[in-house]
Design a protein around this ligand. Sequence first.
Ligand code: NAD
Length: 502
Amino acid sequence: MSQLNDNIARAQDYMRRFRDRGVLNHINGESLAADSGKTFETLSPVDLAPLANVACGGASDIDRAVQAAEKAFKTWSKTPGKERRAILIKVAEAIEARAEEIAFTECMDTGQSLRFMSKAAIRGAANFRFFADKAPQAEDGQALRNDTQMNVTSRRPLGPIGVITPWNTPFMLSTWKIAPALASGCTVVHKPAEFSPMTAKLLVEIAEEAGLPKGVLNLVNGFGEDAGKALTEHPGIKAVAFVGESRTGQLIMAQAAPTLKRFHFELGGKNPVVVFDDADIDRAVNAASFMIYSLNGERCTSSSRLLVQDTIYEEFTRRVAEVANGVKVGHPLDPDTVVGPLIHPEHEEKVLSYFDKAREEGATVAAGGEKVGDAGCFVRPTLFTNARNDMTIAQEEIFGPVLTAIPFKDEEEALRLANDTQYGLAAYLWTNDLDRAMRLTDELEAGMIWVNSENVRHLPSPFGGVKASGIGRDGGDWSFDFYMETVNVSFPRKAHPVPKLG
Ligand code: NAD
């Protein structure tokens, strides 16, 4: 049997339970259908065959999950950090033990290729380990004194958190939000994306089998406008950690305004990779191609705008086109596949509409620009050249393996083009001139800037965007600042004169 057939058979074995019993909600340790009894189908992006029925939760399911999270918060928030750490490390180990099941399920549910997804579970486990290790010190604060006072700060977990996640790399992204929330002593109600619900169910089951008490992590599936909206409006939810589109972030902010919640938003991007002619061109070609054609380009930090100095523009774009034409598009479980099918026909239609738009606007299709085959949501890795930054393909987030290349003359123009976008998530800068790197990194409007590198994550460093790309930072201690409330207690250092009135 070929490796692909073997992988497909193993994936079917892993997913059989979902096909037979559906993807249920998980509240207070119990697998539950939606109160309404309604379900929706999740489809395989490979051939559009239904993979499973998913519980279609609504307001009453959310309410039940929030009540469970509120009850569990009473004990979880008081569980010593060392004990929380021990449990979360066990969760990380349990994730590692089931890494293949998570990866195969994720590939089939999202269309992301195994080449990249095989690391998703490991990355998820690393998130749990990293934040688990910080749990014992999470509540520690500072001692701030002056002549008359000693101020002591400490941090307390906020309460039940609503975590709302998108469909791209759903397992890894969910752990990125859920692990620090749990390490802080918060409890969670998770609403995963309707296009990719499966691995969220695996996560909550794995966590409870590893010792996470019931009700600490709860899962409600459903649509954004029902289950998602109800979660953001629920008064028992103290903060919303949201990853998704900028437009959805706007809606959530409005929905949650009457209950005055804290927000953390990780939103869209149209990230520039800026390449000067003094850069290491081989490395820059590989990094720019990797950051748009890996993970199907369905990646918030993808380098979707390629800004190249005009002196090397022709050569550079020719080489990126060669990469685009050379990568394998295929079944996500084929070990050689780089680009799998896009998540869903609706999303595929959106991506294909930009191919038409690019031609209408006068860009050149230097690679791809078309659908592959009739079945499934496969599109060819695409490069548009001769583009301008005011074109739709340079301004809107396409969220597929689609790169728009624009030439620039000098540093001033490069900076102007890079910043001429509503977004500000990531920027990639390629130059061997240190002074130029210093100048530009001061001016680029992005929350994260990688110099002479693709996106390489470092968990203690802050992750997040500026402008329409987000509010707040995750990573390191930044996560704890979000999931915890800082409290200041002031003690007099001596009997100071208290003002007397009257
Ligand atoms: P989306 O905004 O459509 O959906 C994300 C989640 O929000 C889903 O679970 C959805 O059900 C829910 N939702 C939708 N409407 C809602 C509402 N009114 N109230 C509450 N919840 C609601 O995003 P998507 O299409 O699933 O994901 C792709 C987007 O996510 C892209 O824009 C991408 O850039 C972004 N993203 C950002 C980051 C980052 O770190 N900045 C990371 C990954 C993805």
